[in-house]
Design a protein around this ligand. Structure first.
Ligand SMILES: Cc1ncc(COP(=O)(O)O)c(C=O)c1O
Length: 420
């Protein structure tokens, strides 16, 4: 089979924005201008877009404290602008805690959100001033009591992870009856049983998963009350979606964000009626994904016979799984090929990164998307909605392809917004 040819817009390549579309950063002026001005590869963040995204979340869920999951974008400028807006941070290690504190936020706006930590990690976090820890086991909570005496603890409940691109459902969290036991252990050890937490799975695509998590929280708060434990906070975790991703076939994912936010608001009201709790969230990708983009370039467009005897196009880019697009196994990103009009002839091509590793391809190398058939080596390509986990999930230079430099821009750009 010859790879089919087509004209115009195609899955995976740029498509026109839909009416009423809530995709704040995908074509924001500052981001586009910075991508257009770039003559070498880089990750670009639009700080103004990230600030607006934060403001919008706070407006949608009033009274919720945001602790940005900094693993999603450990870039000092991004953390600094979120901290200035009022955000705190969810940190997963002493190194992340130290980076969060360098923004100038007070330690009480940073929590240790990783249930996995050694005695040394707990002691170091405590030394750095951290007094709030996530936990999900008697072993961990006992260690917190020893190395961070008097701390506040949140017990993480396990969720199914169904409906999410990344479920996070086995490694973390415990059953409601175990959560009661963990928080009773905490109280007996002199800790404050401060809250419950959940994570519905990253890029959660359904409102039903949030409903199930809120039901779980309600049942567990009731069970805790029966033991005389009244937490003062509920942590709703991460999982809020990015809006600009595409599935393995290049079609928009289109998560039901408005419905999710409605379920959250209603569920929070219900929980407030059960216990006098305040709310924390730890969004990661939702705040940064759509406001970051990668400027990469075309290594080569080839056409080769495949093991099944059929010809296929492969488009190799300078950026892939090991230098910024780690999540390419589950999703594809919208691509823009400047200089190649949307009406250009397109070919169906498997898109892959530059390394000698066969995992370095979208959709395990099995799901072609349409790309301009005219691209040549060196042509720039903009990879949109790539701001989450791009700078953290990157190797130090697998095959010699090192981490991309990072540039931050604002709607009104100043030289101070950049770093090499
Ligand atoms: C404890 C915790 N909180 C928050 C997040 C951020 O999740 P997301 O990027 O889906 O919002 C993660 C991601 O793995 C996490 O492990």
């Amino acid at each position: 089979m010859s790879a089919p040819k087509g004209r115009g817009t195609a899955p995976g390549a740029r498509v026109p924005a839909r009416a009423g579309e809530r995709r704040p950063g995908a074509r924001a002026g500052a981001l586009t201008a910075a991508l257009a001005a770039a003559d070498t590869d880089r990750v670009v963040y639009d700080l103004t877009g990230i600030e607006r995204q934060y403001d919008s979340l706070i407006a949608e869920l009033p009274g919720t404290e945001v602790r940005f999951a900094l693993k999603a974008c450990p870039v000092d400028e991004v953390l600094g602008c979120l901290a200035a807006r009022g955000a705190g941070f969810d940190a997963a290690s002493p190194t992340e805690i130290a980076q969060a504190l360098r923004t100038g936020v007070r330690p009480d706006r940073v929590h240790y959100g990783n249930t996995v930590k050694s005695d040394q990690d707990i002691a170091e976090a405590h030394r750095l001033g951290i007094r709030t820890f996530a936990t999900d086991s008697v072993e961990d909570v006992t260690a917190i009591a020893r190395h961070a005496p008097g701390a506040r603890v949140f017990c993480r409940l396990a969720t199914s992870g169904e409906g999410a691109l990344w479920g996070l459902n086995r490694k973390f969290g415990c059953a409601p009856e175990d959560a009661v036991r963990v928080l009773e252990t905490a109280r007996a050890a002199g800790l404050t049983p401060a809250g419950l937490s959940v994570h519905v799975g990253s890029q959660q695509m359904t409102a039903e998963a949030w409903q199930a998590a809120l039901d779980l929280l309600a049942d567990t708060l009731t069970a805790l009350a029966g033991r005389g434990i009244v937490p003062d906070h509920v942590n709703l975790g991460g999982g809020l979606p990015a809006l600009g991703y595409r599935d393995r076939h290049g079609n928009p994912l289109d998560p039901p964000l408005d419905k999710i936010l409605t379920v959250l608001r209603e569920g929070m009201e219900r929980l407030r009626a059960l216990a006098p709790v305040d709310f924390v969230m730890e969004p990661g990708r939702h705040l940064v994904a759509d406001h970051g983009a990668v400027r990469a370039h075309v290594a080569r467009l080839t056409r080769r016979r495949q093991p099944d005897g059929e010809d296929a196009h492969w488009l190799y880019l300078s950026c892939g799984k090991f230098n910024g697009l780690y999540e390419m196994d589950q999703l594809t990103h919208e691509m823009v090929f400047p200089g190649h009009p949307e009406t250009a002839d397109t070919v169906s091509a498997v898109v892959a990164g530059p390394t000698c590793d066969s995992d370095d391809a979208y959709g395990e190398g099995r799901h072609p998307v349409r790309v301009p058939g005219t691209v040549t080596s060196g042509d720039p390509v903009w990879i949109l909605s790539a701001g989450a986990y791009a700078t953290s999930y990157t190797t130090r230079g697998f095959n010699g392809f090192g981490p991309l430099p990072c540039v931050c821009v604002r709607a009104h750009r100043s030289p101070d917004d950049e770093r090499p």
